[in-house]
Design a protein around this ligand. Structure first.
Ligand SMILES: [Zn+2]
Length: 251
């Protein structure tokens, strides 16, 4: 709409209009690349795992842990509901809280890589990208003694080299298609409501739901995410008819 209005405004001068059109094209290309780098579902920079055409399946994913202030309570809530989830862990926190990582795995959940320090990978050098991803895999593998097979980029931000490095290291890059927006100061009902809207939208599209939530905060251990735990309790009750799976059920 903005583009249409801008061109209409200068239509008395063909030269100026051409200049504006060129500018708008540049903005459009820049915008497309930004969208490809940041949009959760874009496949433009390489294939990522989001969700298959299985509208009855839900994958709960929790990023930015482990977080000793919240993760144990989340594990209890998931155990009560007999739901298996996926945790994308920050390597630096894994080094600080190895026992918490063992508890997540012992409860049957899937553990994935969320880099060492949670940088915006889309803007990093290839060397830094490799260090961040390899460092987190090494931290997790040291603790669990098993290969890490799934990766989620911090903020979902990537560019082709990020996905290439992830694949070279034998991992599948995972995005999402529903969010709780739980990094904002919102309550459990609002988080659950946002997720449910996403699940309904995905079902209408014939897709499963890959849900982004957080049991930690990337700036440090101890982030307050109790509203996410409460939202999880609401979601597993309200979506009782769904089949909860780990991302490893999808590819
Ligand atoms: Zn994150």
């Amino acid at each position: 709409m903005i583009g249409v209005e801008a061109v209409g405004y200068v239509e008395t001068s063909a030269e100026l209009a051409a200049g504006v059109a060129t500018g708008l094209a540049a903005v459009a290309v820049g915008g497309t690349l930004t969208w490809a780098a940041l949009s959760a579902g874009s496949q433009m920079f390489g294939r990522t795992l989001v969700a298959p055409k299985r509208p009855d399946e839900i994958c709960l994913t929790y990023d930015d842990g482990p977080n000793p202030a919240v993760t144990p309570l989340l594990l209890e809530a998931l155990a009560r509901a007999e739901v298996r989830a996926t945790f994308f862990l920050i390597g630096g926190f894994v080094r600080q809280c190895p026992e918490m990582v063992r508890e997540i795995r012992a409860a049957g959940h899937l553990v994935g890589n969320h880099t060492m320090t949670h940088p915006w990978l889309a803007w990093q050098t290839e060397r830094r990208i490799r260090e961040e991803i390899a460092g987190a895999s090494a931290a997790i593998e040291d603790v669990l003694g098993e290969r890490v097979r799934y990766f989620r980029a911090p903020h979902g931000a990537r560019r082709p080299v990020v996905l290439r490095v992830v694949r070279e290291m034998g991992m599948v890059p995972v995005q999402w298609n529903a969010m709780g927006y739980d990094w904002r100061p919102v309550g459990a009902a609002e988080i659950a409501g946002s997720v449910e809207k996403g699940v309904a939208r995905n079902r209408r599209a014939g897709l499963g739901s890959n849900i982004l939530l957080h049991d930690g905060g990337h700036t440090g251990l101890g982030a307050a995410r109790m509203e996410t735990v409460r939202a999880t309790q609401m979601l597993v009750e309200r979506c009782a008819g769904a089949r909860f799976v780990g991302v490893d059920a999808w590819g």
